[in-house]
Design a protein around this ligand. Structure first.
Ligand code: NAP
Length: 257
């Protein structure tokens, strides 16, 4: 499942100068943060792209980061349901350009899996000194396919419930491979606008419509105090395993090279 917040005009990242986190989209709405925390509490693995990691320096990708008061409840729920204390964090990076001093790489409180390329692995040599940071080196160059990423996850956490938290380029890779079953989407009543600079929408790097449209089904809609909380299901064309071969995601548009 994937989780995103979007402005009413379809912007998920403001980009450019100043802060570019998802929080600016919802105005750090408490209900949205609680919903994200619940999704993390229910998940075995949280997957994020390197661009998202680079955009939020202090984030720890845990439920309590978003909802500190829920820490005891989350801990007892995860214990009672046989889950690890924290979901694994999986970071996908072609270049391996990841800041080693970020809390999630330093703390040792969460297991981290970095899925990268051979070139990326060379930049990530620092990970060898941290037993809680694991590397999966993909056989291919970037973009790494959703099948390869899910295969790497399955080797570490079999039968994992996977939560994809963005960003748009990684979501594009997953959607391209029919690797998204459900999308939780928060619509914020903000018009972010677009000037000359492009601003990212929900999915980037791959064009679907009109030739290969991805249609979801709305299965839940809830009106919050300020936000609209939507949930979509994406049925796979046929119940097949996500392909591990090269996908149309090979057209992933790597901004900045
Ligand atoms: N509103 C929301 O709900 C929400 C959610 C998430 C993120 N965001 C925002 O979105 C912005 C980032 O957007 P983004 O599209 O750049 O995010 P992203 O997908 O997290 O990051 C893109 C980078 O991740 C790596 N990557 C992604 N897919 C890959 C693949 N298939 N194979 C290999 N590497 C892959 C690459 O890293 P390398 O460059 O290291 O190769 C790529 O440059 C940030 O401002 C973030 O805050 C918003």
């Amino acid at each position: 499942m994937a989780n995103f917040a979007s402005s009413v005009d379809g912007v998920v990242a403001l980009g450019g100068r100043g802060p570019t986190r998802g929080g600016e989209i919802t105005g750090f709405d408490p209900e949205d943060r609680q919903r994200m925390a619940v999704l993390r509490a229910l998940s075995d693995v949280v997957v994020v792209g390197a661009g998202t990691v680079r955009s939020v320096p202090r984030h720890t990708w845990t439920a309590e980061h978003l909802w500190p008061e829920a820490r005891p409840t989350v801990a007892s729920f995860r214990r009672a349901t046989g889950r690890s204390p924290q979901p694994w964090i999986v970071v996908v990076s072609g270049t391996g350009s990841l800041p080693s001093r970020r809390p999630m790489f330093r703390s040792g409180e969460v297991e981290v899996l970095v899925v990268t390329t051979p070139a990326g692995a060379r930049r990530l040599r620092w990970a060898k000194t941290r037993p809680w940071v694991h590397l999966h080196v993909a056989r291919t160059r970037s973009p790494i396919s959703a099948g390869e990423i899910l295969g790497a996850i399955a080797r570490k956490v079999p039968r994992a419930r996977v939560l994809l938290e963005g960003g748009p380029h990684l979501f594009g890779t997953f959607l391209d491979a029919s690797g998204v079953d459900e999308l939780f989407l928060t619509i914020s009543p903000q018009v972010a606008g677009r000037g000359r600079r492009p601003r990212l929408g929900l999915s980037a790097g791959v064009e679907f419509a009109p030739d290969h449209p991805r249609w979801g089904r709305l299965i839940e809609a809830r009106v919050g105090r300020r936000m609209l909380f939507l949930r979509y299901r994406f049925d796979r064309p046929e119940r097949r395993r996500v392909s591990t071969g090269p996908s149309r995601g090979a057209r992933l548009n790597r901004r900045g090279g």
